[in-house]
Design a protein around this ligand. Structure first.
Ligand SMILES: [Zn+2]
Length: 305
């Protein structure tokens, strides 16, 4: 440094101090991002099976998330089709699971939701879609309904925290009988917590039979009584119905309409259509295990959503 004039030296020292401060800021930000990772314990357990490089790649893809962010609900407009995603269990499949496709790992679910968020999608409930279609309500330009069928404990443990982080509600198609399944079902308290977090609860019958095969008395019980039981237990409207295994016929649709539901969801693939004739046969987009967030986003784009 000998021979450098004092004012140049001062300028170099200031430049070094600025650089040091910037580096310190980077360290603080990185530490906070790591510490702020609120993935549930089960997600961490499954993450140990992925490589560190894969985790870093996923973190790069993940959108920055502001937990205090409010959903931009968009504006009213002409009715248009909306994707309703269909999930079941949101954790690792046990060994020899009879239907492993129904299990989406917690880490996969998080990656899918982050990819949707990064692509500009906003999670909404089926009621919000209905209100946009029929009551002049607002809806985000890229709305997506996250529906989960049956009512599994893993929905509360793993899916709900991911959605809460984005400020998105879920739509729970609840089989009433799962409230009394201590090993894998949701408890009434957990359903109340989901409702408090903005989730919608819809009926998925009491015992989950193929409704095209039951007699008139059981059809009425599964469709109408399930709605009344959920309304009484949780104090919510239960305006929508979801056919078990997607099975329905004219008699089933008539029972759903008689019970006062506004609409019903199927497992027919596609976007849910606002047409009156499709009211009780709304299509959905099944999300199976092993689907990346990027694949899901391009699938929705391919459907025009
Ligand atoms: Zn089901």
């Amino acid at each position: 440094m000998s021979g450098v004039p004092p004012h140049i030296l001062r300028r170099r020292i200031v430049a070094l101090l600025v650089l040091a401060a910037a580096l310190a800021l980077v360290v603080v930000v990185v530490t906070q991002v790591k510490g702020g990772d609120d993935a549930p314990a089960g997600a961490n357990a499954s993450a140990t099976r992925t490589t560190a490089a894969a985790r870093r790649a996923a973190a790069r893809r993940a959108a920055p998330v502001d937990p205090t962010a409010r959903r931009d609900m968009g504006r009213p407009g002409p009715a248009r089709p909306v994707p309703i995603l269909m999930y079941h269990v949101t954790t690792d499949p046990p060994a020899n699971a009879p239907f492993p496709d129904l299990y989406v790992r917690a880490s996969e679910f998080q990656e899918q939701m982050d990819a949707l968020h990064a692509a500009g999608y906003v999670g909404v409930t089926l009621q919000e879609v209905w209100d946009f279609w029929h009551r002049g309500g607002p809806l985000p330009a890229r709305a997506v309904v996250i529906s989960v069928d049956d009512g599994y404990h893993s929905n509360f443990a793993y899916a709900a925290p991911v959605l809460r982080r984005l400020g998105w509600p879920g739509t729970l198609n609840l089989k009433v009988g799962n409230l009394h399944e201590p090993t894998y079902g949701l408890t009434p308290g957990q359903v109340r917590a989901l409702i408090a977090a903005g989730w919608e609860v819809d009926s998925h019958t009491i015992d989950h039979p193929d409704l095209t095969t039951v007699d008139a008395a059981q059809l009425e019980r599964e469709v109408a009584q399930s709605r009344r039981r959920l309304q009484r237990a949780f104090g919510v409207p239960v305006n929508f119905f979801c056919y078990p295994a997607g099975r329905y016929d004219d008699a089933v649709v008539a029972a759903v309409e008689r019970a006062g539901y506004l609409a019903a969801t199927t497992v027919n693939p596609g976007l849910a259509s606002p047409d009156e004739g499709d009211r009780f046969v709304l299509d959905r987009v099944r999300v199976n295990a092993g689907v990346s967030g990027a694949t899901l986003v391009s699938q929705l784009a391919g459907l025009g959503a």
